[in-house]
Write a protein that binds this ligand. Structure first.
Ligand SMILES: *Cc1c(COP(=O)(O)O)cnc(C)c1O
Length: 358
């Protein structure tokens, strides 16, 4: 049987059917239904009081965030992320300006941000890569001194705490993805989190075509999500601590099994409670990475070059050189990693990697 790099958690079917029965009784399928409202309330409580808007996906959340903050001109961003981080900027008619990542967390290097600020810079859009937090305090300080907005792409960061607070509550807006491949998922889905009531209201309008009933207020788009997706979220949300604990065991087993190899891993920054959302390894060279990838593929074990390419090298948009990101993106490989992954499979995969590199 083939092993994928991720496997979505499915709750007990009866539990989901319980929610479906409610949906059938009410006949209310979407447009801010009771399950969407309940999920938003429970998420807001889980995220130390950040105001959470449930959205159709993490990409539309990024686009709506850029619109809601009225960003124009240049947005300083990271080259080491999923492609949606960059394409959202371009889609909204802004220009991504790449600042290289730092060697430990693989997040944007905050010490290099100021050199990239120009009179056209309106914001910083950074990703908490694999759930490792950006240097949120340094970025907050830079943004305040230069009057810039801050958006975090928190697609990997659900369940992470930093300096005693949910990582998703930093910045003007944090976006999240609840796609089936993420630690907490609603099949498809995403969120915008902000601590500003005013921004939350604006986002609510933007995700609902900009009108309430017959009153029209602003431009908008359809960024809503449905009762069916909310139901999946309500089933999965209480299990997140369980997911994180199980993933931690898988991660620790991989690390123990692979300890004899010369691999690098990202380093968890201080004051962080990590969520174990991915298991990336950094090989010594691209050749070694490809060898491991091919060896595992020959045994029906799928891995993912995540992230590759470095986003300053996209065919339709080229940015300034980012040597650290370019180097890491050639050598990184995400191994199969999910809470239900059998420990015997972890041992087998680790053995195959050791044989490939022997
Ligand atoms: C998954 C992901 C997205 C996109 O989220 P969708 O819900 O799939 O649209 C954006 N940024 C990062 C870093 C991601 O991992």
């Amino acid at each position: 049987m083939s092993i994928n790099v991720t496997k979505p958690y499915l709750p007990p079917l009866q539990e989901y059917i319980g929610y479906l029965e409610g949906i059938w009784e009410r006949g209310w399928l979407t447009n801010n239904g009771p399950l969407v409202q309940q999920l938003e309330t429970e998420l807001s409580a889980a995220l130390s009081g950040g105001l959470v808007q449930f959205m159709s996906n993490g990409t539309i959340a990024l686009q709506v965030a850029i619109k809601a903050l009225e960003l124009t001109g240049e947005i300083i961003t990271t080259p080491f992320s999923y492609v949606a981080t960059t394409t959202a900027i371009l889609w909204e008619g802004c220009e991504p300006v790449f600042v290289d990542i730092e060697e430990q967390s693989f997040c944007i290097d905050a010490t290099k941000i100021e050199a990239a600020i120009t009179p056209r810079t309106s914001a910083i859009l950074a990703t908490h890569v694999y759930g490792y937090p950006c240097d949120v305090l340094a970025i907050e300080d830079i943004a305040r001194r230069h009057n810039l907005k801050v958006i975090y792409d928190g697609a990997h960061a659900f369940g992470v705490t930093v300096h005693g607070r949910s990582l998703l509550t930093y910045g003007d807006i944090t976006t999240c993805s609840f796609h089936a491949t993420k630690l907490f998922h609603t099949s498809e889905g995403g969120a915008i989190i902000t601590t500003s009531e005013e921004l939350a209201k604006k986002v609510w309008l933007y995700k609902s075509f900009g009108h309430i009933g017959d009153e029209y207020f602003s431009l908008g788009v359809n960024g809503k999500n449905s009762e069916f997706h909310a139901a999946m979220g309500l089933c999965n949300l209480p299990r997140v601590p369980e997911f994180i604990a199980a993933r931690r065991q898988v991660a620790e087993l991989y690390q123990a099994e692979l300890a004899s190899l010369n691999l690098r891993y990202p380093v968890t920054p201080p004051a962080t409670e990590y969520n174990y959302s991915y298991f990336p390894i950094i090989l010594e060279s691209e050749e070694q990475m490809q060898l491991v990838k091919d060896t595992l593929a020959a045994h029906d074990v799928n891995t993912r070059r995540y992230f590759f390419p470095s986003l300053n090298k996209l065919p339709y948009h080229t940015g300034a050189d980012c040597p650290v990101s370019e180097d890491i993106s050639l050598r990184v490989l995400c191994l199969p990693f999910y809470q239900q992954l059998e420990h015997d499979e972890v041992r087998r995969i680790s053995q195959l990697i050791k044989e490939a590199l022997a």
